[in-house]
Design a protein around this ligand. Structure first.
Ligand code: ZN
Length: 244
């Protein structure tokens, strides 16, 4: 699973280095290269900006260099955003999250042919040569359809908020939603998040049954129902499950 920063050995620590552009923050990765004669800037496929710092260069100068090239960066990021992205392939050895645990996709053992494993999950995989992602995702989606509605109903009854209708969906950009008629939709990828994060999203959508907006009253309601919600939001920001 990809984290916001994947530092190669020669990369200067990029923690906290961000670039503000059109009100959004982009990770900035600074790489020192002893052979470079000048500063270089490029966009990586994940949308972060990579700056090469020459031998005697500094982080401060690298930031000024980025500032001077903001127009170019904006154009390049816009171009990247409109390009369709191919999802990362999942193969044997790929690590994925299930219920917040980082697990490796492994071949079945003891003569189990056509099977792969991931933690306690056994997944039927007739063709090992192909990208395993569609098979594993389908399995996770089925898990989600079993586990997420049950948990939502449980949390709803705990807070005297009966849920009329639940759908499990494959949204690209959101974790859940609540409609005017009280239908709560949850993203199946929540099955990949740890239980406290899954619960927060459930409680967030349940709170919308009382406040169908993001007003301060809504957030008070969330705080009351889920006091640790900020840690859950932080987890979701740190892990790129939807953008991976
Ligand atoms: Zn909301």
């Amino acid at each position: 699973m990809q984290f916001e920063f994947n530092l190669a050995p020669n990369e200067v620590s990029a923690n906290g280095q961000f670039l503000a552009l059109n009100g959004r923050r982009f990770p900035l990765v600074l790489v020192r290269n002893q052979r470079a004669r000048k500063y270089w800037l490029r966009i990586r496929p994940d949308g972060s900006a990579r700056v090469t710092i020459p031998r005697y260069g500094s982080i401060a100068e690298a930031r000024r260099f980025v500032e001077r090239n903001k127009r170019w960066l904006e154009r390049e990021l816009a171009r990247l955003a409109t390009r369709p992205q191919r999802p990362r392939e999942w193969r044997l050895g790929t690590e994925i999250f299930i219920r917040g645990e980082q697990l490796k996709i492994e071949a079945g053992v003891n003569g189990e042919t056509g099977l792969i494993r991931c933690g306690g999950e056994k997944i039927f995989a007739p063709d090992m040569a192909v990208d395993l992602r569609p098979l594993v995702e389908e399995h996770l989606r089925q898990l989600a359809e079993k586990e997420l509605p049950a948990r939502l109903i449980e949390l709803g009854s705990l807070h005297q908020l009966p849920v009329r209708r639940i759908t499990i969906r494959n949204q690209r950009t959101r974790w859940g939603s609540c409609s005017h008629n009280g239908t709560i939709s949850l993203n199946w990828r929540l099955i990949q998040a740890p239980p406290f994060v899954r619960d927060y999203i459930c409680l967030h959508e349940l709170a919308h049954l009382r406040q169908l907006n993001h007003s301060s009253r809504f957030w008070q309601e969330v705080e009351r129902m889920c006091p640790g919600y900020k840690a859950a939001e932080h987890w979701l920001k740190q892990h790129t499950l939807l953008r991976d």
